[in-house]
Design a protein around this ligand. Structure first.
Ligand code: NCD
Ligand code: ZN
Length: 345
């Protein structure tokens, strides 16, 4: 049996939701990852340090005994986020950044930023406080083709942010295009990107394979094969700017299998195993540890984890569904095999 032992990884982009839904998905992440950056796009959105403190306490209270998982938090930016709120966030000790959702770009982003001009003072304050900006990088202009929204965002918004506030550290979240990879590769220091397992393993054909596949619909939407290849090349390169963020985004089955289904792919049940597949396919399993367990911690200036996990090259069948607080969750690769298994699972 082939085994792979790596430093325990961190997930730098995760949706946990709240209440019983959060309790249902949290163990999947907490068994694999030491830390995760928990996204704030809840209803209502987590726009204050106080709200995030309570949310974090709920996550810690829902942790199964024996798991030493640390949630790291990020503030939901709005047009009205004040520099004072940024200072409170920075002083909290558990908030490491703020998340920019262009209003209307994705799930629960209605309270997001309507114009970049509105957030310059908050972004300046973040730069001074050392908070990291996480960006959902898609324009919301309905006239722009859905497959071009990320590339347009680079040119219209992100390039300006990076130039105007040179001290701001920025993570371009869940990059999906060759254009985004290239932007990050050549950007000034302090710019990085997370990459999801679905964007490494699938291209947009997966949305239409034999019929419409709602469980392959996420935002940013899957792109062309040439984009996927650019993402694989970036993730498996020795460039420290690209690191792991699953964007695992649980939605109840009935909200995806419907005439207007939610965006989001659930991957936390195999949040490291899926990456192992992608790295193996690229012949670069030797780079998995840097991508999953080192570069993100270094970028966020937290210590690398000191314990390890072991992956075994043993295929296992993913369940068709997981229970989800009285509902059901259809995971990535449902009913199919994954080539790597977490030891002890
Ligand atoms: C995410 C969600 O469901 O919260 N959905 C998704 O498709 N990725 C939001 C997001 O990260 O865009
Ligand atoms: Zn996300």
């Amino acid at each position: 049996m082939t085994t792979l032992r790596i430093r325990r990884p961190d997930d730098w982009h995760l949706h946990l939701r709240d209440g019983a839904h959060m309790a249902a998905v949290l163990p999947h992440t907490a068994r694999r990852f030491a830390r995760a950056l928990v996204m704030p796009n809840l209803k209502p959105p987590m726009t204050t340090t106080a709200a995030l403190g309570e949310y974090r306490a709920r996550i810690l209270a829902a942790l199964p005994p024996g798991l030493a998982f640390q949630p790291m938090m990020t503030l939901y930016l709005t047009d009205r986020t004040s520099p004072a709120e940024i200072e409170r966030a920075s002083a909290s000790g558990y908030i490491v950044g703020a998340k920019l959702y262009p209003a209307g770009a994705t799930t629960n982003s209605d309270s997001g930023v309507t114009s970049i001009e509105a957030v310059w003072p908050a972004l300046e304050a973040m730069s001074e406080a050392g908070l990291v900006l996480q960006v959902h990088g898609e324009v919301t202009d309905a006239a722009v083709d859905v497959f071009d929204r990320e590339a347009e965002f680079v040119d219209r918004i992100l390039a300006r942010v990076v130039e105007r506030i040179p001290g701001l550290r920025v993570v371009f979240e869940h990059v999906t295009t060759a254009r985004a990879v290239e932007f990050v590769r050549t950007a000034r220091p302090g710019v990085a990107a997370t990459i999801t397992p679905q964007h490494l393993l699938l291209n947009r054909n997966a949305i239409f394979e034999g019929g419409i596949r709602p469980h392959h619909y996420c935002l940013p939407v899957l792109k062309r094969e040439r984009d996927r290849l650019a993402l694989v090349a970036a993730a498996t390169s020795d460039d420290p700017r690209y690191f792991l963020g699953t964007d695992s985004a649980p939605h109840a089955r009935h909200t995806k299998e419907t005439s207007c289904g939610c965006a989001g792919i659930y991957s936390a049940h195999a949040g490291i195993e899926l990456y192992a597949e992608a790295f193996e396919a690229a012949g670069r399993l030797d780079r998995l540890e840097a991508f999953a367990s080192e570069r993100g911690a270094d970028f966020y200036r937290v210590p690398r984890n000191t314990d390890t996990i072991t992956l075994e090259r043993v295929p296992w069948r993913v369940p068709d569904r997981y229970p989800y607080a009285g509902d059901e969750l259809v995971p990535m690769r449902a009913g199919d095999e994954i080539g790597w298994r977490l030891s002890g699972e």
